[in-house]
Structures are given as structure tokens and as C-alpha cells.
Design a protein around this ligand. Sequence first.
Ligand code: DX5
Length: 218
Amino acid sequence: MALVVPSVLSADFGRLAEQVQAAEAGGADRIQIDVMDGRFVPNITVGPLVVEAIRRNCRLPLEVHLMIVEPERYLADFANAGGDLLIVHQEASPHLHRTVEQIKRLGKKAGVAINPATPLATLQEILNDVDLVLNMTVDPGFGGQDFIQSMLPKIERLRAMITQHGASCDLEVDGGIHAETAPLAVRAGANVLVAGSSVYGDAEGVAAGIARLRASLS
Ligand code: DX5
């Protein structure tokens, strides 16, 4: 069964600890924290201080999605703040192998993300070195966007590529994941689902949002 990873981007930051604890109580597998710098993406969110605050209020593994330029400069900060899985963007990492090795030397799991228009070929040399590949299903920067349907064949090709390379990394998708798109993404080959607005925007609450996602996969 696919992992469900709520993204706090769509949470109520006025009561972030409660919101994270609601996701934990609701059966989330991990929590994703979206870090944005206003340069790699046209939005600014949080830094290591917020990761640290979430770490103090949650027992789940934390994945930190670094939508920033020069992510290699901040890996130790996010590792020390409590990030368990650090995800950098291929588009922002000209020395991706060195950056992945740096994450591993910090004792953390390493992930690499690619934007919708970035070719899968950019990943083939790093697949066997990372714990997770994140295939973005929206253009990063904001929650609540629509799932880009043309990503489905890309997810299928990425799953085939992982198999062909004998890699063991997870295939994560992020952006517009809800009860309708989640089964499509899983059928295409995703095994980790990031969901922000469909979890934190569920009228019946966070646990119901997570349950709805899981029910869509059964
Ligand atoms: C990039 C962010 C968002 C967020 C999920 O923009 O990574 O994709 O996590 O947002 P939803 O689930 O609301 O599309």
C-alpha cells in the first residue's frame, strides 16, 4: 500500500503543532515540510526553525522538500533541525552526486525531485544512490493546484526506469494528489503520495482527509 505523506504547506500555521499531531493521529506515514526561497520557486515559506518546532511536536519521520537554490549550503541546518529525509531538486543541483553524498554523510535519507518538464534522463545516473525520487505533478511553489495529467505516462516511465536500473528508491508524487488522482498515480507506479490541500482542506478534518486518500487506493 502506498505511503501517505501530508504536506504542511496547506496546514493552519496558526496552530501548526496541532495540525501535525492531527496528521500523526490520523495515520500519516510521514510529514512533508515544503521549504521555498522565493528564487527557485515564486513563493517563500519556512526554514530550519519551523522544522525544529515540528520535530518537537511530532514523532513521525520528517521529509524536507527543498525548493531552494544552492540546497547544499543548508543540508546540515535542516538535518540538525530534525529532517530525516532531505529532498533536493535536480534543477538546483549541478553537483547532484556530491550533494546526495553530503546528505548521506549527515546520516539522513536522500531524495531528488524533478519538475514536470524536467526529463527523466537527468536522473538515470543517480537512481541507485538515492532513497527516493520525487516526480512533481504540479509546477512547484503553491498548494491547491491541479494535477498535471500528462505526468501519468512520465510516472510509468520513471517506474520502468527504476526497475530497469535495479534501483530500490521510492517513487513519490506531489501536487494535486486527492481521491481521484491518487489511484491513477499509484497505478502508474508511485508508491509514496504527498498531499496538502486534500488532507488539510478536508471539511471533515485531517484524519478524514487521510482516510479518504487511503480508501481511494483500496
Ligand atoms: C509544491 C508543494 C505542493 C504541496 C502539495 O508546490 O510541494 O505540491 O506539497 O500541495 P497540494 O497537495 O495542495 O497540491
